[in-house]
Design a protein around this ligand. Sequence first.
Ligand SMILES: *[C@@H]1O[C@H](CO)[C@@H](O)[C@H](O)[C@H]1NC(C)=O
Ligand SMILES: [Ca+2]
Ligand SMILES: [Ca+2]
Length: 355
Amino acid sequence: MALSLRSCGAVLSVVCVSLQFAVNGLEAGSSPDCGCSSLNREPSEGKHPSCENPADKYSAVVNEKSSDHDTLSKMVLLQGGWFLMGTDEPGIPQDGEGPQRRVWLDPFHIEEHEVTNKQFQRFTNQTGYVTEAERFGDSFVFEGLLSEDIKSSLSHAVAAAPWWSPVKGADWRHPEGPDSDIADRMDHPVLHVSWADAQAYCQWAQRRLPTEAEWEFACRGGLQDRLYPWGNKLMPRGQHYANLWQGNFPNHNTAEDGYSKASPVMSFPANGFGLYDIVGNVWEWTADWWNVHHTRDHSRNPKGPETGTDKVKKGGSYMCHKSYCYRYRCAARSQNTPDSSASNLGFRCAADPKL
Ligand SMILES: *[C@@H]1O[C@H](CO)[C@@H](O)[C@H](O)[C@H]1NC(C)=O
Ligand SMILES: [Ca+2]
Ligand SMILES: [Ca+2]
């Protein structure tokens, strides 16, 4: 049981930020946006009281002999090689989906499903880790999920994406605010985790976040130049292949696919690599900084820009509908500041093959 926390080289950068919320990337007249990119906490000098301990280090100390290891997600070994990343027919050009380019990847492992509440709880139980949303005291929740009580207490929402509200007391244990819990959702993806939280979990598991290129390779499931992990048709044989939004966004979700919010992981078919919910259900953080400028140059094991302000997230979520957020495609991408957290954003880990 006893799990020693020792520090190691990699410092998690937990940036002190204010509680202001930036409305980012939503210039007037901009094209369809689900508010995916509007959830950023605006970085500014340390106004926040709970940032005294920015360099908490959570090293990977999973004892292979204990049963803990069994509760980490199974990983799939992908062989990598050359693949075509991005697209020449971008659904949302300003996201930097193009151009299509040849990318080489070395072999890597990736978890078969999004990290669940149960898995994240084991991590926090063993390490005492406190997420950024818990320290900030709030997180973004989609209004459609809030109780009347909480709705009536809200004073402000994100101007350009009014369906998002910063809710006090919303965090991974309370996904819709203080009057909610995860007791009956332990097999759902963990929500309200920031990039640093995701990074901390993967590090503890002796894993790491996938690069955007790895994530996209994994998404494509061995197919070339297709929109979705399973092909070009959204609903082959009339079947739902991912937890998305049906109906009119943001007012009416028919939940024709069975779920109006996050679903238990592995509720939809796996792709050709055996990976579940790689698009839909929740957005997934990647390791890379955000940048929309790409060239056709070939690259090997690309890791994105050296620095940036936002991290890349991939795959879209249960809130994505073609009319607002056509981002449940493998080439699609979006971004948030690393300290952002929301009710539709999670992650899965990757790892290098053991030498
Ligand atoms: C975490 O700790 C709580 C309280 O002791 C316990 O009820 C729960 O089962 C633990 N969770 C996991 C996944 O071990
Ligand atoms: Ca759905
Ligand atoms: Ca997903």
